[in-house]
Design a protein around this ligand. Structure first.
Ligand code: NDP
Length: 234
């Protein structure tokens, strides 16, 4: 499949930032969604004219729709959607704020559902498209302190499994990437990594994985990729 235009959520830092740089360096147009427009603008400066900033909160369907319409009108078909935006908190579930539970589900799961639901009509009309979801090892098994987060990430896998079958007749391919720990700012907010953060994966490795997927033929389906640092086991 010829790929030109890629929508990437959570592009402003961490894994998303690395994916944006890797894809832009390799000639793709990257439309980065995030809330922090200043961080997005600094990414655009290093994007050789191939990274475009969209201040979009993935929990807000109207903002997603408006951005999609603008991209399709100005730059042409959206070929790929990468659902990467996410938030994390590691905490015993009985101590977790109810509001925080909602934010995690709203961002990680509903954000993915909204971005996917709203891009599908464009892809179905053309009978082609790719969707790559960044879930987590927490979406493949239960990890203590990750109850709400794990539920959101399991949900991403469940939606992809069901949707992949629905959209098969329309030539749309869905892949879920499930990483273990990656060295990003996520671990420097409210939950420090429990081991040595220097031993975990680098965001560039996830970007490599995405780049690899985009270079594969439509004949072969990569349904799920699980990767984690040597010092973790999942
Ligand atoms: P970061 O916290 O470094 O980055 C998260 C990104 O998501 C930011 O760009 C942030 O931008 C964006 N984001 C958060 N909420 C929203 C929202 N409502 N709307 C739009 N964008 C939003 O995390 P990582 O780069 O580490 O994580 C990226 C993805 O990878 C997440 O889904 C995470 O769950 C997953 N993952 C991470 C692992 C890790 O160890 N780091 C391991 C496994 C999976 P802004 O704040 O500007 O909106």
């Amino acid at each position: 499949m010829d790929i030109k235009n890629i929508v990437l959520t959570g592009a402003s830092r961490g894994i998303g930032e690395s994916i944006a740089k890797k894809l832009a360096e390799n000639g793709f147009n990257v439309f980065g969604f995030a809330r922090n427009i200043d961080r997005l603008h600094s990414l655009v400066k290093n994007g050789n004219g191939r990274i475009f900033a969209y201040q979009v909160d993935v929990t807000k369907p109207d903002q997603i729709q408006k951005a999609y319409e603008e991209i399709e009108t100005i730059y042409g078909p959206i070929d790929v959607l990468i659902n990467n935006a996410g938030i994390y908190q590691g905490i015993e579930f009985y101590k977790q704020d109810i509001d925080r539970i909602s934010q995690i589900i709203d961002t990680n799961l509903k954000g993915t559902l909204f971005c996917t639901r709203l891009v599908l009509p464009y892809m179905i009309k053309r009978k082609k498209g790719r969707i790559i979801n960044i879930s987590s090892v927490s979406g493949t098994r239960g990890i203590p302190l990750e109850v709400a987060y794990g539920a959101s990430k399991h949900g991403m896998i469940g939606m992809a499994d069901a949707l992949a079958q629905e959209v098969k007749p329309y030539g749309i391919i869905i892949t879920t990437i499930c990483p273990g720990a990656v060295h990003t700012p996520l671990w420097f907010e409210d939950t420090p990594y429990h081991g040595d953060i220097n031993e975990v994966m680098k965001p560039e490795e996830i970007a490599e994985c995405v780049f690899f997927l985009l270079n594969q033929s439509d004949r072969t389906i990569y349904k799920r990729i699980i990767l984690f640092p040597r010092n973790e086991w999942h």
